[in-house]
Structures are given as C-alpha cells and as structure tokens.
Design a protein around this ligand. Structure first.
Ligand code: TYM
Length: 334
C-alpha cells in the first residue's frame, strides 16, 4: 500500500515556496496515492502564536490547499490538534529518539539562533512530533521541499529504532518525495536564504494571497546581479538570484531549467522579470481568487476539516492501540 502524509504550518501566509515545493506536488500525487494532508497547528505553537491569528491562519492554510486543487473527498484534509494520536505517539517517540539525534537538527539551530536557552522544549522536540504525524498513519511517502529532508531522515531512524527495540515491523521506513525544479525557492531579497514565512521583509516572498499588482512589484524589486540571463545551466553557477528567478519561472511554466536558459539567454533581467511576473500572475491568480471565494464560506471549510479529522482518527486509533500494546501499556481492553 502506498500512502502519503504531508503537513504545513499555519504560521502566516503561505508563499510561493510552499506552493512550488510542496502543495503543487500534492495536487499531482493525489491520483496515484491515498493522501492525508495536515495543517500542523501543534507544530506552529513551538514558537509564540497569537491565539486568534492561529485560528485564522489554520483556516487560511486549509483554504489555500483546497484552492490549489486538493479534492477533500478523495483525500483527507485535517487539522493536527483534532487527532489526539499525534500527541500520544510524539511522546513515545520522545522516548525513542536520542538527544544526540535532535542536537544535530539544523532547523532547530537556525530557529533557536543565539537564544537556545530560551527556545521552547517543543521547538527542540519538534522533529519527534513530525515523525509521529507521518507514522501515525503508517505513511510510506512524504512529499516535501528540500528543507525537510533532515527531518525525514530522523523519521526513518525513529521508525527503525522502534521496530528494532520492540522486535516488530510496525512502522514503515518512509521515502521522501522531493521533486520539481523548485524544491528550494529562495528569498527575492537574497538568493542565499530560503523564502520563508518568518522573514521580516514581505518583499522577500510572494504570498499566495498577493494580488497581481503586488506580485509584479515584488518581482520588479527582486535582487539580481548585473549580468545578462545565462544561456546555459552551467552559466547559472555562482549566481543565486538568477538561479532562483529562473527556477521559479521553470517551475511555473512546467519546463526544465535548460529550456528556460535557451529561451531567455542573453536577455536583460528587467525584460525577463516582466515575463516572470506575467506568468506568476497567470498561474497564481486563479488560486488567489479561489482562496478569496472560500474566505466567504468558512462554514464549508470547517465542515471539510471536521470530516477530515473523523477520517484521520479512524486510521490513527487502531495504530495507537497497536503501539500501546507493543510498548507494554496496560490498555483498557486488558
Ligand atoms: P512548512 O510549514 O515550513 O512548509 C510546508 C511545506 O513547504 C515546503 N517549503 C518550501 N519548499 C520550497 N522552497 C521553500 N522556500 C519552502 N519553504 C517551505 C516545506 O518543505 C514543506 O514541505 N515541518 C514541516 C511541516 C510538517 C510536516 C509534517 C511535513 C509537520 N509535520 C509531516 C511533512 C510531513 C514544516 O515546517 O513545513
């Protein structure tokens, strides 16, 4: 059986990186796999969230996923905190994972920065919860952007150690699915930094809710170098801003980077940027209007999430029961 689980944090507006690195691939995989997609609000609170904003962002992320083309009947779309199994399994994984493994997680180091002593324990243990999200459903494949690769390796280590420790085959060893020309979309202000919800500058990212004018403005202001557009992939080397903008174009146009080099090689950036913003507006516009339409119908979205949670719980509960028995918890049924 092939089953997908993937997740996304409701920590702010979704951006082009989330879309090209993850959600767009989810849409393409939904015909081939049984899929669960999760809005991970429990992950979000590993750093401070205003409660009212968290609620609004949770709905908005669900809307963006629906607007991108995820069919809520064929797939299970739900909110993490609606399924108690995530927290239950995460605790067990806190006891399986080793401190040394978590100490190596680069995302924690980046997020905690210099104030490690002040970071929440949840932020440190975050990858255990992520492993629980996946393994609670015995998912076999996880489509993500490049930045989540290390967390998926940890998920594999946790599954392996659990299986070894308890002499079982309970958990599958998951395969990451990282593909497309935009597995790591970079900031529009600095081609060496990831495009991220937490960047203080809104000009660093294109949000899925930006209108055509704002998208065009952000692309016009995007950092570039003084050279012309390279005419071969080799020519992109050492030019992170060119690589980023051309990678975004390739992803939006559904073409290989080579084809984009052939098409635009020798052009001025200003002309290329005009083409890029037309394409971005054409591709993202319909999604943005669908998000706006769904915003007027929160009852529909809440209904989808309620139904999703019920279906997710139905898969998760027997797995928790199996895990509890395996670790030696005295279950209610004796
Ligand atoms: P999050 O919420 O940061 O991002 C959601 C998805 O978007 C991808 N992504 C990007 N892809 C390309 N370029 C970028 N600049 C970019 N920024 C984000 C991420 O790789 C991700 O696929 N820990 C996860 C959420 C999570 C999860 C899970 C994912 C929790 N449990 C279980 C998969 C399975 C995260 O913070 O993603």
């Amino acid at each position: 059986m092939k089953r997908i689980l993937s997740g996304i944090q409701p920590t702010g507006h979704l951006h082009l990186g989330n879309h090209l690195g993850a959600i767009r691939n989810w849409v393409r995989l939904q015909d081939e796999f049984e899929c669960l997609f999760c809005v991970v609000d429990m992950h979000a609170i590993t750093v401070w969230q205003e409660p009212a904003e968290l609620i609004a962002n949770t709905r908005e992320v669900a809307m963006a996923v629906l607007a991108a083309g995820i069919d809520p009947e064929k797939n299970v779309l739900f909110v993490q905190s609606h399924v108690p199994g995530h927290a239950q399994l995460a605790w067990i994984f806190n006891c399986v994972a080793r401190l040394g493994w978590l100490n190596r997680m680069t995302q924690f180091k980046e997020k905690a920065g210099k104030s490690r002593e002040n970071a929440s324990v949840g932020l440190f243990a975050y990858p255990d919860l992520m492993a629980a999200d996946i393994l609670l459903y015995k998912a076999t494949h996880v489509p993500v952007g490049e930045d989540q690769k290390q967390h998926l390796e940890l998920t594999r280590d946790i599954a392996q150690k659990f299986n070894n420790d308890f002499g079982t085959e309970l958990f599958p060893i998951v395969e990451p699915l990282i593909f497309g020309p935009a597995t790591r979309v970079m900031s529009l202000r600095d081609g060496t930094n990831k495009m991220s919800k937490s960047d203080p500058s809104d000009y660093s990212r294109i949000n899925m809710t930006d209108d055509a004018e704002l998208i065009a403005l952000k692309i016009r202001k995007a950092k570039t170098d003084p050279e012309l557009i390279p005419d071969s992939v080799d020519g992109i080397e050492g030019r992170p801003e060119a690589a980023n903008l051309m990678g975004i174009y390739a992803a939006l146009a559904d073409q290989e980077l080579e084809a984009i080099c052939a098409q635009f090689g020798g052009w001025q950036f200003s002309k290329f940027k005009a083409e890029l913003s037309d394409l971005a507006v054409a591709r993202l516009g319909p999604i943005t209007s669908e998000i706006n339409r769904l915003k007027d119908d929160p009852a529909y979205v809440d209904g989808v999430l309620r139904d999703g949670a019920e279906r997710a719980r139905a898969i998760a509960e027997p797995v928790i029961e199996e895990v509890y028995k395996t670790v030696g918890f005295l279950t209610g049924n004796g």
